[in-house]
Design a protein around this ligand. Structure first.
Ligand SMILES: O=C(CO)COP(=O)(O)O
Length: 139
């Protein structure tokens, strides 16, 4: 099953909620993760079940980063606020770096997210299922 992470900074939360509502049919049946507040907002507005990690500034980006490091995240939708400094900027940079290390599709704005989710809907993420099935077990 594909694993997807939702993350949004405060001034982008309304955007991500509306985005997930619009594509709820695509996200249904996937394993969903999020940072704390983002996930709460999405679950209040949809019927989706999301595993929520800590809030971003308290370590949530790093928790999602850990799954990326283990190659267990297949898609990251991270609606960043480019006009507001974040206290946990190093965590954000680290998460995006890990996406590049492991070649994980990551959108940092709504326009890219839309293209990736449409690709997901038409089956373009089949290669990630292959990665999943070929992955050696941990430990
Ligand atoms: O800060 C965030 C990502 O860097 C998001 O955290 P919240 O979803 O808890 O607001």
């Amino acid at each position: 099953m594909l694993n997807i992470a939702f993350i949004a900074h405060d001034r982008k939360k309304e955007d991500i909620v509306n985005f997930v509502i619009a594509y709820e049919h695509v996200f249904k049946g996937k394993k969903l993760y999020s940072t704390g507040t983002t996930g709460m907002r999405i679950m209040e507005a949809t019927d989706l079940q999301i595993h929520r990690f800590l809030s971003g500034p308290l370590g949530g980006d790093q928790q999602i980063g850990a799954l990326i490091a283990q190659n267990e995240m297949d898609l990251v939708l991270f609606f960043r606020d480019p006009l507001m400094a974040q206290p946990h900027e190093p965590d954000i940079t680290a998460l995006l770096r890990l996406c590049d290390v492991h070649g994980i599709p990551v959108a940092t704005n709504l326009a890219t997210a839309e293209i990736l989710v449409r690709a997901l809907d038409r089956g373009d993420f089949g290669w990630r299922e292959l990665v999943e099935s070929n992955k050696p077990g941990l430990g």
